[in-house]
Design a protein around this ligand. Sequence first.
Ligand code: DX5
Ligand code: ZN
Length: 219
Amino acid sequence: MYRIAPSLLSADFARLGDEVKDVIAGGADLMHFDVMDNHYVPNLTVGPLVCEALRPHCSVPIDVHLMVKPVDRIVPDFAKAGASIISFHPEASEHVDRTLSLIRDQGCKAGLVFNPATPLAWLDHVMDKVDLILIMSVNPGFGGQSFIASALPKIREVRRRIDESGRDIWLEVDGGVKADNIAAVAKAGADTFVAGSAVFGEKDRAAAIRRMREALAGA
Ligand code: DX5
Ligand code: ZN
């Protein structure tokens, strides 16, 4: 019932295909793919071309996290490039409802992402249109930041809203998740865990993922 999604942001970009295979062999459930545009966030990463190139090496679903503004133009490109899930930040879209429908129309699961200071009110009218809710426990833009503790009550509130809706919506958490705090994040109600530096920063990625699963087993 728990999913671990290593974030490629902390991988060795000179050998991305091998990095993907390494973490999948090590037990990754999803591949988290961070897209940054040097506009919505102050960093620049990779686009659909790289997603498409990795697809044949990736036997798990690709979880695309768009940190871009505007959002809509790039959505079909990522769907064609093999994304299974496409998530975006509501402040970066002029029409959140339309963007969610666009993602689903392209055959992908649609996710909405909340920065530490983004209110959950964005969920009020779209619970029937989201497949995933992603709570940021850092401000987006960089890997290796520390977990912001105020994410925990927010995760609890999202869990309450999901349970109340009766829908099968995944609750993902992104930023500063490690083996020593993943159990607390799970207890707050998350089921899907992004981990960049905690996985790719370790030499033995399988051991890093195993330590997280062991911590989750005790949650
Ligand atoms: C940050 C990205 C994260 C990042 C997490 O903007 O969205 O996915 O890779 O990295 P860690 O796990 O190192 O905080
Ligand atoms: Zn991310």
